[in-house]
Design a protein around this ligand. Sequence first.
Ligand code: PEP
Length: 256
Amino acid sequence: MRRPIVAANWKLNGNLSMVSSLLEPIDSFAKNFNDVDVVISPPFPYLAACGHAIKSDNVFLSAQSVAREMQGAFTGEVSAEMLSEMGCVYIIVGHSERRGYYGESDQIVADKAVRSLEAGLTPILCVGESLEQREQEQMKEVIIKQLAAVMVKVGIDNMAKMVIAYEPIWAIGTGKTATPEQAQEVHSIIRSEIAKQSPEIADGLRILYGGSVKASNAVELFSQLDIDGGLIGGASLDAKQFNAIVKAASALVITQ
Ligand code: PEP
């Protein structure tokens, strides 16, 4: 059984007071559910404060993005090594908002995954199709292309050190969740694609679903065979909602 992950992506929200109002209640709740890994991705300036506030062994710090380069004249960028020094364990790479608003191509995403791995961090690689691509029946092709660009660069063995998040763009922040069957179909495509190179790595790989996950739909989504937790945006800004999602992931471990 794969250990579930429930990851929070705070995006560009909040302020420093979220460390006490949001992270602390999540951290103290999480220690009662130590069969789940909880990941918190605050904005860069709050990483240090969040790192100090984390007390539970199953709660980990993550960054929302990382530089494509390790060091040099790249004003405004933050390297994987710097993030590692700040206590990050995970890094989100390839989020559709980065791909869409900041022009991050598959190549840039692959470089960011490589830099993260070099610094000993676990990339959470996001892949997902737009509504238009889904309607034009290009979903499978898009997912495989996004995945392949990274696999080719990091190599199959490194896939074991990564987490994948399937995030259909049409479900992010829209309130429109993929049905459990729609999500399972894509998760299974991702796992099968990796299994072509290594069935063992594919079997151990944690694949998260992201896109309007809430306390009310988490159990149904997480009970799908190939869904190993969630990447949570909006609902991660509410400790009660987020904790209920953590509980849903843990309940799944208990019933399996
Ligand atoms: C996300 O941005 O990764 C996400 C899943 O957002 P939301 O939960 O708000 O759809």
